[in-house]
Design a protein around this ligand. Structure first.
Ligand SMILES: Nc1ncnc2c1ncn2[C@@H]1O[C@H](COP(=O)(O)OP(=O)(O)OP(=O)(O)O)[C@@H](O)[C@H]1O
Ligand SMILES: [Mg+2]
Length: 395
């Protein structure tokens, strides 16, 4: 086994050696891109699911595909804190400016194109604090009121005719969309709404936690109709097997059937865990065929590496009160908990636990699948909490 060639790639947003099991989503997105060029009005797309299922990887694959088909890509990432909200806005302005510059580079300099670039410049002064160098003066009185709702719409009103004239499409790709500030989110939804009505070549493509669809509906009641919502979950058995086996096969290695079973069952089909256990199995394997024994060692090693990396990345961000809440939840395993039940368990009034719950939701560690219930956003979190004896001994 050539250890240096380990093909597996566990890590946030890291491109997997084989992107398996997402054919339906990829086909749907390819169709969206094809339709966008035909001028057909379309909806954007929203990917939602637990941590580590491959939303970022899929969103990036979409963005690459759209870019290769001539879209102007505007990447943005939501972040939950106040500073993060500001950073996301600045990133939006910068990305928009870069996309506008690429557009200017390919478009002929018609009046519509000049107006569009002037509007982007105004918008960048209002929200980015500095004019982008697009070689035009700001458009006075357009996209510069300082109110993002109005300005974003005016910007698109000026940009859309130019895009249409030149056959261009703008796509805003937003990761961690649940963490955008609510004003920016509402503005984006309003523009996507208008884009559908007016056939503007503008699409929002987002990814985020399972709660994302309901937060979008709360922000704008029509959000339900704006997007093709896709739940991204664990891989099915066939895809999970391929995600594990294909990278090894390419390098002339393979797994015994027993080893595949051990690794797939430990991973639960979750892409992050498949990469982690695959990587550990490659390291544990000797010879060209990875044995059951190597797979079992890999599960031990892989679990250890998750316990010092993937899980603490969340656990360590919780305060003592929040950790107490998480412990209360862990007793229900992975299936989620009734909030009233947790309160009973912790001997507290439900209202006194509300701040801890709200903070954990804001930090993206738990979410509310329905009223009165909470669940971990991180698959395997309950198991992790149970494995940590010192976590139970704390405080
Ligand atoms: N379809 C897939 N097949 C195989 N591996 C995958 C697949 N999708 C993602 N992965 C791997 O899973 C890991 C997690 O992917 P990614 O970071 O995209 O997940 P995520 O859903 O965005 O997680 P988070 O919610 O924490 O941001 C990465 O190591 C990636 O290489
Ligand atoms: Mg992600």
């Amino acid at each position: 086994m050539l250890r240096d060639l380990n093909p597996y790639n566990p890590g946030s947003g890291l491109t997997p050696p084989a992107l398996e099991g997402r054919g339906a989503e990829i086909d749907a997105f390819d169709l969206l891109v094809a339709r966008s060029h035909a001028g057909a009005p379309g909806r954007g797309m929203v990917l939602h699911g637990l941590r580590g299922v491959g939303k970022t990887v899929l969103l990036n694959a979409f963005a690459r595909h759209a870019d290769a088909h001539g879209w102007f890509i505007v990447p943005v990432e939501g972040r939950a804190t106040k500073a993060g909200h500001l950073a996301a806005r600045q990133k939006l302005v910068r990305s928009l400016g870069m996309a506008a510059r690429r557009f200017a580079g390919t478009a002929s300099r018609t009046q519509r194109v000049v107006d569009a670039l002037r509007s982007v410049t105004s918008f960048s002064v209002s929200f980015g604090g500095a004019a982008l160098e697009l070689g035009v003066e700001p458009f006075k009185g357009r996209a510069d009121s300082g109110n993002i709702d109005i300005d974003f719409e005016e910007l698109m009103e000026d940009l859309a005719p130019a895009l249409r004239e030149q056959g261009g499409v703008f796509g805003v790709f937003i990761d961690e969309m649940q963490d955008l500030d609510s004003e920016l989110l509402s503005a984006l939804l309003a523009v996507q709404h208008k884009a559908g009505q007016e056939s503007w070549p503008f699409y929002v493509v987002g990814a985020g936690l399972p709660s994302l669809p309901s937060s979008l509906s709360e922000a704008r009641s029509y959000a339900e109709r704006l997007f093709d919502y896709r739940h991204i979950g664990a891989l099915d058995v066939v895809a999970a097997r391929a995600a594990l086996e294909v990278p090894a096969t390419r390098l002339g290695a393979s797994y015994s059937e027993g080893a595949v079973q051990v690794l797939l069952s430990a991973s639960g089909g979750y892409p992050y865990f498949i990469q982690t256990f695959g990587k550990a199995a490659w390291e544990a394997g000797e010879g060209r065929v990875i044995s059951v024994e190597a797979a079992e060692n890999a599960v031990t090693e892989g679990t250890y590496s998750l316990d010092v990396g993937f899980f603490p990345a969340r656990w360590d961000r919780a305060t003592p009160a929040e950790r107490n809440y998480l412990r209360g939840m862990a007793l229900d395993g992975e299936s989620g908990s009734a909030t009233s039940e947790i309160a009973g368990r912790l001997g507290s009034r439900p209202s006194s636990l509300t701040p801890a719950r709200a903070k954990l939701i804001e930090k993206g560690i738990i979410y509310a699948p329905e009223r009165g219930r909470v669940a971990f956003t991180v698959p395997g979190m309950a198991g992790f909490i149970h494995r940590q004896h010192d976590i139970w001994a704390e405080e």
